[in-house]
Design a protein around this ligand. Structure first.
Ligand code: NAP
Length: 299
């Protein structure tokens, strides 16, 4: 059976009494790319599951989480601004969700709710698929928000040789540094602002530079780059977590300097694929998810 959607796409739908439900909660959530990505994967995997987007007001998060049990949902993804609140509502947390105090994936196991955070593992896989690792490497992480915390935690756990944390508001980088220091084995964890010699040295000497800020994100696509392009060099891998646009001002500058670039779509696909692995116990079709994501981004 086919159905033409509001946006004119024709998608196969198969909703019946056996259909199991899952989805994403956020506020707002209408711009989420997760339904496109996950429903494409579910069709490919032959699962009679439907992935929906639920707009949940902040004061109703506990009710939404209770509905996972009440309605017998497979689970949920959790996006801004609910990741922290949901962490306090779980029966169990994985290591990352516990350390970060933030959940992006809820798995229901009978009546128990288990909270995972797949952002950091998704970041590591997005590097791996391009033949890179942070293990034993010097890593510079720019930003100190939720995404930076996930990346810093994963990078510290994965055995980076050193981690430099740079943020516009330098004090905020201190909290992220503590997380990286406590949870990892890096020989050196430093913090700095975005300007000055210390910042330049940290970025220029890094093997891997990860921009976890929202600088250059749609609609401010001409903003940035977050650090001067001249600080980048050939031999470096420069990652920007922003996925809209895929080529940010930082990645354009990195390409001009001869560095290798990785855009934010890889992390987005892989964090979703790992969520789906937690829900289904099966490896997700990453390329199908990527194709659906890129098509949704192009609309
Ligand atoms: P957030 O918690 O709001 O943090 C934003 C960060 O950006 C802060 O460190 C902030 O610095 C910095 N920043 C904002 N405007 C700036 C400016 N004009 N100059 C310098 N720094 C600036 O946001 P988030 O949730 O961490 O998300 C950050 C980015 O990562 C977004 O683009 C988001 O789409 C992306 N992201 C991607 C994925 C993925 O799967 N690819 C996953 C999560 C997030 P201050 O502390 O000084 O304010």
């Amino acid at each position: 059976m086919g159905r033409t959607t509001r946006r004119g796409r024709c998608e196969r739908v198969r909703i019946d009494t056996q259909t199991r439900t899952l989805g994403v909660i956020g506020w707002p959530v209408e711009h989420s790319l997760s339904p496109a990505m996950h429903n494409a994967a579910l069709r490919e995997m032959g699962l009679n599951w439907a992935y929906l987007a639920f707009a949940v007001e902040p004061e109703r998060v506990a009710e939404a989480v209770a509905a996972v049990r009440g309605l017998g949902l497979v689970g949920l993804n959790v996006t801004i601004p609910h990741k922290q609140a949901v962490a306090g509502l779980m029966d169990e947390l994985d290591d990352a969700a516990s350390a970060l105090g933030a959940v992006n994936t809820i798995v229901r196991s009978e009546d128990r709710l288990i909270g995972f955070n797949t952002d950091g593992p998704g970041f590591l896989r997005s590097l791996q698929e391009r033949g890179h690792t942070v293990e034993g490497r010097r890593v510079a992480i720019i930003g100190a928000g939720g995404a930076a915390r996930s990346v810093a935690y994963a990078t510290a756990r994965a055995g980076a040789a050193s981690i430099d944390l740079l943020n516009r508001t330098a004090e905020k980088a201190e909290a992220v540094a503590r997380l990286a220091q406590e949870k990892g084995t890096a020989r050196r964890v430093n913090t700095s602002g975005l300007e000055g010699e210390r910042a330049r040295e940290a970025v220029s000497s890094a093997d891997v530079v990860v921009d976890c800020t929202s600088v250059g994100m749609y609609p401010n696509v001409n903003e940035g780059p977050v650090v001067p392009g001249q600080w980048l060099r050939p031999g470096q891998v420069v990652v920007d977590l922003t996925y809209n646009p895929r080529e940010t001002t930082l990645l354009r500058a990195a390409l001009e300097q001869g560095a290798e670039v990785v855009d934010g779509t890889g992390m987005l696909v892989h964090q979703g694929a790992i969520s789906l692995l937690h829900w289904s116990g099966r490896e997700a079709p990453v390329e199908v998810m990527r194709e659906a994501l890129l098509a949704a981004l192009a609309r």
